[in-house]
Write a protein that binds this ligand. Sequence first.
Ligand code: ATP
Ligand code: MG
Length: 351
Amino acid sequence: MKAHIVTLPGDGVGPEVTAAAVAALKTVAARYEHVFTFDEQLIGGAAIDATGESLPAASLAACQSADAVLLGAVGGPKWSDPNASVRPEQGLLALRAALGVYANLRPLQVHPALANLSPLKNEKLKNVDVLFVRELTGGAYFGAKTRSADAATDECKYTVAEVERVVRRAFELARGRRRHLTSVDKANVLETSRLWRSTVQRIAADYPDVKVEHQLVDSMAMLLLTQPSRYDVVVTENLFGDILTDEAAALAGSLGLLPSASMGDGKAGLYEPIHGSAPDIAGQGVANPVGAILSAALLLRHSLGLEAEAIAVEAAVDRVLRHGPHSRDIGGTAGTEAVRDAVLAAIEDHA
Ligand code: ATP
Ligand code: MG
């Protein structure tokens, strides 16, 4: 197949890990006879330095006509002055809004070879394989805000349509996995959560093959640590998802391992590792490229519909995590390019 992919390397380790992800996609294209074209564009601090804007119009236009967008990371100390009129993170928020990506997908697996890095005891880590689906464009982050000298408010609002579209996406994803959906809310006290829960219950009738479970967010925060292997797909609203996905990321052992996808209606999506620009290690060639490479696997799966190719990339990463080489964040000494090359070789070997 033919696909056009825009890359936004961004700042810090962003360019280093994005280059590894692009190399993985090129290896897949050669191995499976696809034609992928790449267009590199500016975002974040790199864009501010070059153009004065964090998301130049040319970058946005390129993203809007791409089949998928692969992002590195934005931000860093050079652009962190709180009084600055343009900040790198604004570019990413503007891009998410312009692309209408309302469903943020974050898979979490705890790799058996890295279980010693996780804060959990080994036996509880067996088979942790959770896909979080976080609503990304509604709720308290986007509601009306007020502030006076002695009070402040953040309106938390959801429409049925906003809940329905992300919940349907989660049900569809559960169908492609173990057919178990956990919906997280706070329906004992919040009206938006009662709307959320009744919407999930109504939509569940269309997915009789998926088992649905409701959890209150406070219980879920605990269950993620005590019984993480119980969960398959977990869907929740914006604020709860922000907190729970960071909690869950700690279980994997390193921020450098985890990918994410942000999707709207249709197949185009924005793919990025969950880590930031890691200024403390930028430019040293030591960043772990696995989170970015697994983001490329999500791109193959969710935007291009290339499941076998996505599995080949994931299997290649699995082999490297099992046998090395390992980067510094997971206890090894290998640099970004050595890890990348091992993954590329494993993609080529994949049966
Ligand atoms: P942001 O504000 O952009 O979200 P952050 O404050 O969450 O960033 P990161 O930039 O993700 O932080 O870095 C947090 C820590 O994790 C740093 O010590 C960094 O070096 C480390 N880290 C992040 N990504 C990687 C990676 N790919 N490989 C190795 N270490 C990483
Ligand atoms: Mg962060």
